[in-house]
Design a protein around this ligand. Structure first.
Ligand code: SF4
Length: 328
């Protein structure tokens, strides 16, 4: 059954469209998406028509999800990957498309395979059967309708919403109760850097509002036996020559959250990829001095709940092969 088109993304009635039949069993579902929406799901506010198979907006995403890979991943923060791995599902398309993206074929090239909501739920189950600690949805923001349908009944492990931080609080509110762990980037405090590298000068304000909403939903982080059960981890990737941007991010986190509230993950793994060669000032790795200064600033500001990477951490395993593993 195809439901009626919905004219405004945020007016979409998930109870109506995701209703499960009375004879629900874990494997057998009847989940439906609208066949068309006008999308304003993210701060791009495209107002684009998206159908089940065609995407007309900035992200290029249709309503049915496209996936590039679904497999256990060992290279997230230790409280996410643990010993058994994080069940990562890499979605295609992106509403940011940073020029330095390490997954450019997936984010801008839309590499992936389109799957049904039922298949998406099966993929979650297959990952859980492998013993992963969580189901980790990477850049799923533009597929929020399909994901909500697939999460209509709770999973036995936490759901991680792993995003670029460029989200609308209204859209995030639809995920309340479905997502236990938010793993947003906070890429920029500097709107000029956000404009130059992601064509999103409103990124700093959007990310602050989004992360505030995430924390409202989860509350302070909870870790049991070394594995995160709920909460927010804010990631920041240090960019070459952009320490002022990094300091601004740390300032906001320090001013907004207290000890025991959120985790902060300072990342050193920047590698010039995507279109970075067209931006000479970021066409290099960060220096040891840049990363040391970022770490020192983090400590000086009292942001001590969290993680930092060894400077030598730019390993290839961080970017797994996008080869439809676990999708077909
Ligand atoms: S999710 Fe995609 S189509 Fe919708 S507003 Fe954002 S970029 Fe545009």
């Amino acid at each position: 059954m195809i439901a009626q088109p919905v004219r405004d993304f945020n007016a979409y009635d998930k109870d109506k469209h995701c209703a499960a039949p009375d004879d629900f069993r874990f494997e057998v579902r009847s989940m439906t998406l609208p066949d068309e929406i006008i999308c304003r799901a993210c701060p791009r506010n495209c107002g684009a028509v998206r159908t089940l198979t065609e995407g007309g907006g900035f992200c290029g995403a249709p309503l049915l999800p496209r996936i590039a890979r679904a497999a256990p991943h060992m290279w997230e923060e230790p409280v996410i990957s643990g010993r058994s791995g994080s069940g990562t599902v890499f979605f295609s398309g992106c509403s940011l498309r940073c020029v330095f993206c390490q997954n450019y074929d997936v984010s801008a090239g839309n590499f992936g395979k389109t799957v049904t909501v039922e298949r998406l739920r099966e993929i979650f189950q297959e990952l859980i059967a492998l013993g992963v600690h969580n189901v980790n949805l990477v850049t799923a923001d533009h597929y929020v309708d399909a994901v909500l349908c697939a999460l209509d009944r709770p999973l036995p492990v936490p759901v991680v919403w792993n995003s670029g931080g460029y989200q609308k609080a209204d859209t995030l509110r639809r995920l309340e109760g479905k997502v236990q762990i938010y793993l947003p980037d906070m890429k920029y405090s500097d709107s000029e850097a956000a404009r130059r590298y992601s064509a999103a000068p409103d990124y700093p304000d959007a990310a602050k509002a989004a992360i505030t909403e995430m924390y409202r939903q989860t509350g302070p982080y909870v870790i049991k036996d070394g594995i995160m059960k709920s909460g927010v981890i804010i990631r920041h990737l240090v960019l070459p020559g952009q320490l002022k941007n990094t300091y601004g991010v740390i300032d906001w986190v320090a001013d907004t959250f207290g000890p025991g509230q959120v985790l902060f993950s300072l990342m050193s793994q920047y590698t010039p990829m995507g279109r970075a060669a067209n931006y000479p000032e970021i066409d290099r790795r960060i220096t040891s001095s840049e990363y040391r200064r970022a770490r020192e600033y983090m400590e000086k500001k009292g942001v001590t709940d969290g993680f930092y990477q060894e400077k030598s951490s730019a390993k290839e395993e961080y970017t797994p092969p996008f080869d439809l593993t676990g999708v077909e």
